[in-house]
Design a protein. Structure first.
Length: 293
């Protein structure tokens, strides 16, 4: 079912490859990254204020830290960003030899560990892996054989972790142990049909619904917790990349998007490619977790 839910352009951000949206309840601001610019971006809807932090390497994803600033998954490994000074401090590169890989999507679990995965930049071979960066700044390799590590999220009860390797055309689920951060029992949560785009970033709402952005699919799809498609929301751009709930009541679904790789004809058809969209989703989100390290 294609839903009549309203979609509006929140910000003509002009992103090359917008990704990793995160809502700060404290600042009532949306943070995200432009992977290729590369930068961390912030926008405060109530005031319209915008700020960018330029980064020294491609940035796949970010999360906010409890103590301020952000944790980043850079091409060169995990790093911290100080918002006051703009300084970037490297923590650890778990794949120093894998020069054809870069970090991609990442997110904090409800206990404050930062999860991020890598991808084969050619998006062909299963050379990537998923890592967990703990608050002590040690990283752990949690699963391998990944072509393009993408959307991550946790069920409201913290017992299920959702995970996307885009080129498997599946969203998978793991049993998740919130206390230890262990994952097991990987299984298919949903398969994505050909012709409806490739599963990219995702977020989980307060009812346990999973919202999955569809690269080259012009849409975001909501799944019920049993894996059935509940709703499809069409967008005016082919490459939505990820989504996050924000706004005063966590009732706005913000969707990032990309302009990279699109033909001039497609850009003519979809001039808002690279914008941030706002969907009145009719359901509220969960507070984005912060990094405890
Ligand atoms: Ca992505």
């Amino acid at each position: 079912m294609v839903s009549a839910i309203s979609v509006e352009t929140a910000l003509e951000a002009g992103d090359v490859l917008g990704e990793s949206p995160v809502w700060s309840r404290e600042e009532q601001s949306l943070y995200w990254v432009d992977i290729l610019r590369p930068s961390v971006r912030r926008w405060t809807p109530a005031t319209g204020e915008q700020r960018d932090w330029q980064l020294p390497a491609e940035v796949g994803s970010m999360a906010l830290r409890e103590r301020g600033g952000a944790v980043l998954a850079l091409r060169t490994g995990f790093a911290l960003l100080d918002f006051a000074t703009g300084a970037v401090t490297g923590l650890h590169d778990p794949e120093p030899e894998a020069t054809g890989n870069r970090f991609n999507d990442g997110k904090c679990d409800p206990a404050g560990r930062f999860w991020a995965g890598t991808m084969d930049c050619a998006e062909k071979e299963p050379l990537g892996a998923l890592y967990r960066l703990d608050p002590d700044h040690r990283s752990h390799r949690m699963t391998g054989g990944v072509i393009c590590s993408n959307g991550l999220g946790w069920s409201p009860d913290g017992r299920t972790m959702y995970y996307t390797d885009t080129w498997t055309h599946r969203i998978d689920a793991f049993d998740f142990d919130l206390g230890t951060g262990r994952i097991e029992n990987r299984r298919t949560f949903a398969e994505t049909p050909p012709g409806e785009g490739h599963p990219d970033g995702l977020t989980v709402d307060s009812e346990g619904g999973i919202w999955s952005a569809r690269w080259d699919g012009w849409r975001v799809v909501r799944y019920a917790p049993d894996g059935s498609v509940d709703r499809t929301v069409e967008l005016p751009v082919p490459r939505p990349t990820s989504c996050a709930f924000g706004g005063p009541g966590l009732s706005d679904l913000f969707v990032t998007s990309a302009s990279t790789g699109l033909s001039p004809a497609t850009l003519d058809e979809a001039p808002l490619s690279g914008a941030v969209f706002r969907i009145d989703a009719g359901v509220t989100g969960l507070t984005d977790a912060t990094f405890a390290g």
